[in-house]
Design a protein around this ligand. Structure first.
Ligand code: NAD
Length: 267
C-alpha cells in the first residue's frame, strides 16, 4: 500500500463513475486528490451528470482513507475554472503528479441528423477539454521534471461505432493528443498514455439506457461482443489499469494505448 504517498492526482469528472473510482483507489494508496467536476446538470446529453453532493461525499470518503481532497466545481471547457483548480492544487499541495483526463459525455445520433450544437458539445468536452486541462497542468509537471497523464478514451477511440460518430471522433482525437504529447513531454520525464475501456458499469450507461428507453445491459451489449462473458467491466477494473500506468512500475511506458475491453477488439 501507500505507493502514491506524497503524490497529487488531478482527476476530471471525479464526482461519480470511473473518475470517482480512480480517486478512491489513488487515495487508498496515499495520494492527495484534486477532484474536478461540472457537478451540475446540463441539458445535453440529457442524463444525470455528477452533483455537488457527490463531490462532497467523495471528499469525505477520501479523508476517511487518510488522504487529502480538494474539490473543484468547474467545466473542462472553461479555462478560468481550470486555472482556478490548478492554482488551488498547487497552493495546497505544491505539485501535480498525475492528471487523469476523464470527464466526458456520450450520446447517440446519426451523423446526418446531428445538430451542430451536439457535435460541438461532444468535441468540446471530450477532446478540447482534455487539452484545456493538460495545457494548465503540463507547466506544473515540467517545473517538477516529472508527471503522468492518462487520457480516458474508449474502445470507440480504436474502432467505428453506430450512431456514435461524434463520440468516436472525440475518442480517436484523444489518441492523437496522447501520442503527440508523449513526444513533446518525454524530454521532461512526463509520460502520457490512453486507456480504452469497453462498456463500464457507471451512471453514464444508466443515463443512456433511460434516454433510449432500454436497459443498461442492452446499452453495454450494443458495442457488440465482449469475448469474456460479461456485459461490462466495473469502474474498479479501470482504476486498476490507471494505478498501474500512474505508478513507477510503468516508468518506461509512454505514448501507448491500453485496451480494457474483455476481448471485444480481438475480432
Ligand atoms: N461508461 C462507459 O461505458 C465508458 C466506456 C469507455 C469510456 N468511457 C469514458 O470514460 C469517461 C468517464 O465516463 P463514466 O462512465 O464515468 O461517465 P459518467 O457520466 O458516469 O461520469 C462522467 C463525469 O464527468 C463529469 N463531466 C461531464 N462533463 C463535464 C464537463 N464539461 N466538465 C467537468 N466535468 C464533466 C460528469 O459530471 C460526471 O461526474 C468518459 O470520458 C467516457 O467517455 C466510458
Amino acid at each position: 500500500m501507500a505507493d502514491f504517498q506524497n503524490k497529487v492526482a488531478l482527476i476530471t469528472g471525479a464526482a461519480h463513475g470511473q473518475g470517482r473510482a480512480v480517486a478512491l483507489a489513488l487515495a487508498g494508496e496515499g495520494a492527495s486528490i484534486v477532484a474536478f467536476d461540472l457537478a451540475k446538470p446540463m441539458p445535453y446529453p440529457g442524463y444525470a451528470l455528477g452533483s455537488e453532493s457527490e463531490l462532497d461525499s467523495l471528499k469525505r470518503e477520501v479523508e476517511a482513507l487518510g488522504s487529502h481532497c480538494l474539490t473543484a466545481q468547474g467545466d473542462v471547457r472553461r479555462d478560468g475554472d481550470i486555472v482556478r483548480a490548478v492554482d488551488a492544487a498547487v497552493a495546497r499541495f505544491g505539485r501535480i503528479d498525475i492528471l487523469f483526463n476523464n470527464a466526458g459525455i456520450c450520446a447517440y445520433g446519426l451523423a446526418h441528423e446531428l445538430p451542430e450544437e451536439e457535435w460541438d458539445a461532444m468535441i468540446d468536452i471530450n477532446l478540447k477539454g482534455a487539452w484545456l486541462v493538460a495545457r494548465r497542468v503540463i507547466p506544473v509537471m515540467i517545473r517538477q521534471k516529472s508527471g503522468v497523464i492518462i487520457n480516458n478514451s474508449s474502445i470507440a477511440g480504436l474502432r467505428g461505432m453506430n450512431r456514435l460518430s461524434h463520440y468516436a471522433a472525440s475518442k480517436w482525437g484523444l489518441v492523437g493528443l496522447t501520442k503527440s504529447w508523449a513526444i513533446e513531454l518525454a524530454p521532461h520525464n512526463i509520460r502520457v498514455n490512453s486507456i480504452h475501456p469497453t462498456g463500464v458499469n457507471t451512471p453514464m450507461n444508466d443515463g443512456l439506457a433511460e434516454l433510449e428507453g432500454t436497459t443498461t445491459q442492452e446499452i453495454a451489449e450494443r458495442s457488440a461482443g465482449n469475448l469474456l462473458p460479461v456485459p461490462w467491466v466495473e469502474p474498479e477494473d479501470v482504476s486498476a489499469m490507471v494505478l498501474y500506468l500512474a505508478s513507477d512500475k510503468a516508468r518506461y511506458v509512454t505514448g501507448s494505448q491500453f485496451v480494457l475491453d474483455a476481448g471485444l477488439l480481438t475480432r
